[in-house]
Write a protein that binds this ligand. Structure first.
Ligand code: GAL
Length: 670
């Protein structure tokens, strides 16, 4: 466990308060009172660390690191590439991004750098390595925090400058070798798109090419590649004088970078979590989204991750920004731990007086010091985290179920001009995941590149694109006894969006052939019967044909497809593959997956049905130690029955057969 305990603290921006020494002293006192043990420093401090080109001023930072060290507070030290100083962008405008329409950004905002620019790379290398030399061996500095939320706050923000265009063409040359291969992979004979020279290729742009999915997806792959390369440059720099681990803080369902690729080179995965709590009185949707995101982060390395940011109360960037109601701060923080985090860090420690984030939640507000509800909740959580650190140390979640979640599939699926233009991969992933969450079944999220070993059940909803080797992997998984569930609009195209011809790549495993997919309007309803109950067929419906040995469990009930298969199962080797030909709601998915889980021998740890709004996860140690987290996301007490005998891991209280949870409560059992 990094730092020897669950990290609790957050982004600290003392550079905004350097002219108020009394505030800095008060901060230290309040940090002790808030039971925090780790601060992230220097995230947006470039202008303060290098006020003039080549002139570093690190003394103020050293004083703060040392001051924190004397209080036993550890430091996550950032590299400052997240925001660039004006002297840099004024003198070297090529360090700023060019938008897709060819317009170069102006100075200001953040996440504005061109990751190809040699000047940017040189300047960041120098300051990173100087930071590493000065601070990389300090006792209380424990981790490098590279940049901040790479890729910007907005999906698909990428640089389209001439340097990036050239790098993109070279990347394509490397990938495809010849123009013939390239033209074939892109199906460029369509609309006379055949390229006769590499120099004709340009990134997707609103006034240019946007209609070739292979191009838009390759561009995103290239952006990930280039950003990884930039990150490698930062890693090399901080490792010049230090061997501390590195991380970079990822984001909530971020589409702009393939985290499956970005994970390489990082020692620890960390991410920033801002669920929309209290958007409605029913918190389940927000809880499911946050849980899925935690699981994605954990699954990237199958190790504990760090929650690098969360708000202690409200954010300030949504249309409306509710504060956390009593109990939610504890619950949402414990949710992160329950799903595999070894930290609860905040944005931010102290509210700034001005500028864009002046109203964003912070541990310390503009008024009242520690005498606030937020502060007391933070202090209470800190006390609890310190107390349970020993229990959590060395444990991680090891689920038996996994879902395929792949960025390249996401990009391709949502970019193609297919049956509907409003297909949402994330919504579908979350619909399927919710059935597991409600059943109290933890699950990993793996990309098509990851191994399926160790799982008994793998779900692959809307798995439109198949990467090379993926079908073989699934075939082997099912053959050896795995349960595989996939849906309509899966196995359609390869990595450059060329449709498979002939059969579905897994036709032998699934025992079906796809014929056509309908995207009807709401007036053309249909339904199917499963387990004796009728369920609505959603707005994507395939017409498929089942093979002779395929079981058909449900058929369309109406219309011209009446009697055609909707739910099928096919035994293959020692396992079974399931196909859902139509989209369906939570009412069906809940029942469908309950059956699959039972067949696969996967049950929740408490061995009982959970009330709505309650879920369970489990962290397991190498020594077999198991810690069970039971979480109630309802703002009212609930009772769970039929649980057997358990002991509260914190209080030692015994539970026999029944367990009561307060509103928004999380308890840990052994
Ligand atoms: C994050 C960012 C922080 C802060 C926070 C506000 O995306 O990393 O610097 O802006 O949002 O919610």
């Amino acid at each position: 466990m990094l730092g020897g305990h669950i990290l609790h603290g957050g982004d600290y921006n003392p550079d905004q308060w350097l002219d108020c020494p009394e505030i800095l002293e008060e901060d230290i006192r309040l940090m002790k009172e808030a039971n925090v043990n780790c601060m992230s420093l220097g995230i947006f401090s470039w202008a303060r660390l290098e006020p003039e080109e080549g002139k570093y001023d690190f003394d103020w930072l050293e004083q703060i690191i040392d001051r924190l060290g004397r209080e036993g507070i550890q430091v996550v030290l950032a590299t400052p590439s997240g925001a660039m100083p004006h002297w840099l962008t004024q003198k070297y405008p090529e360090t700023m991004q060019v938008q897709a329409d060819g317009k170069r950004n102006l100075s200001g905002k953040r996440h504005n750098f061109c990751y190809t620019s040699p000047v940017m790379r040189e300047k960041i290398y120098r300051i990173d390595s100087a930071l590493s030399e000065r601070f990389g061996k300090k006792d209380n500095v424990i981790l490098w925090h590279l940049s901040n939320e790479l890729g910007g706050n907005f999906a698909d923000s990428s640089c389209h400058c001439e340097l990036c265009q050239e790098a993109f063409r070279n990347w394509l040359k490397e990938k495809y070798g010849t123009l013939d291969n390239f033209n074939h992979a892109y199906w460029n004979s369509f609309w006379s798109h055949t390229y006769s020279d590499w120099s004709q290729i340009h990134s997707p742009a609103p006034h240019g090419e946007t209609t070739t999915t292979a191009l838009t997806v390759d561009w995103k792959r290239f952006v990930t590649h280039q950003m990884s390369d930039f990150t490698r440059c930062e890693i090399e720099a901080v490792h010049e004088h230090s061997d501390l681990p590195v991380t970079t803080n990822f984001m909530y369902f971020f589409r702009g970078l393939d985290y499956g690729k970005m994970r390489e080179g990082l020692d620890i995965i960390s991410w920033d979590n801002y669920p929309f709590w209290h958007k409605t009185k029913d918190e389940v949707q927000a809880a499911v989204r946050a849980a899925a995101n935690h699981n994605i982060m954990r699954s990237l390395k199958k190790q504990p991750f760090l929650l690098m940011e969360s708000t202690p109360s409200a954010v300030s960037w949504r249309g409306f920004n509710p504060v956390k109601r009593p109990g939610m701060h504890m619950l949402s923080s414990m949710q992160a731990i329950a799903h595999g985090s070894d930290s609860v860090q905040y944005f931010q420690w102290r509210k700034g007086r001005g500028a864009f984030e002046q109203f964003h939640g912070a541990v310390v507000g503009h008024k009242n010091g520690s005498n606030t509800r937020t502060f007391r909740q933070v202090a209470e959580l800190g006390e609890r985290l310190e107390a349970v650190s020993g229990l959590i140390d060395g444990t991680v979640n090891r689920p038996k179920a996994a879902m395929i979640f792949d960025w390249e599939n996401w990009w391709t699926l949502e970019d193609v001009s297919g049956p509907r233009q409003d297909i949402s991969y994330i919504d579908c992933i979350l619909d399927h995941y919710q059935a597991f969450w409600e059943a109290g079944i933890d699950m990993d999220f793996v990309t098509m590149d990851d191994s399926l070993e160790g799982y008994s059940l793998v779900a692959a909803p809307l798995n439109y694109m198949y990467k090379q080797g993926y079908a073989e992997k699934v075939r082997e998984f099912v053959e050896k006894g795995g349960t595989y569930v996939t849906t309509y609009f899966s196995g359609i195209a390869d990595e450059t969006d060329l449709c498979f011809t002939g059969h579905h790549p897994l036709a032998d495993v699934l025992g079906i052939e796809q014929e056509e997919i309908d995207a009807p309007s709401d007036e053309f309803t249909n339904s199917f019967c499963y387990g004796g109950k009728e369920y609505a067929a959603g707005n994507l419906r395939e017409l498929i044909h089942a093979g002779e040995e395929t079981e058909v469990l449900s058929v369309y009930s109406e219309d011209y497809v009446k009697g055609e298969p909707v739910v099928t199962a096919h035994s293959f080797g020692k396992g079974k593959a399931w196909y859902l030909a139509a989209a369906a709601g939570e009412d069906f998915l809940r029942v469908f997956y309950a059956d699959r889980l039972k067949e696969a021998g996967i049950g929740n740890t408490l061995g009982t049905e959970l009330p709505y709004g309650v879920t369970v996860t489990e962290r397991i140690g190498n020594d077999g130690k198991r810690i069970v987290f039971v979480m109630n996301f309802r703002n009212e007490p609930v009772t769970i029955r039929g649980i057997g005998s358990w002991t509260d891991a914190e209080s030692g209280k015994k539970y026999e057969g029944e367990l009561q949870l307060d509103a928004f409560e999380c308890i840990m059992l052994q």
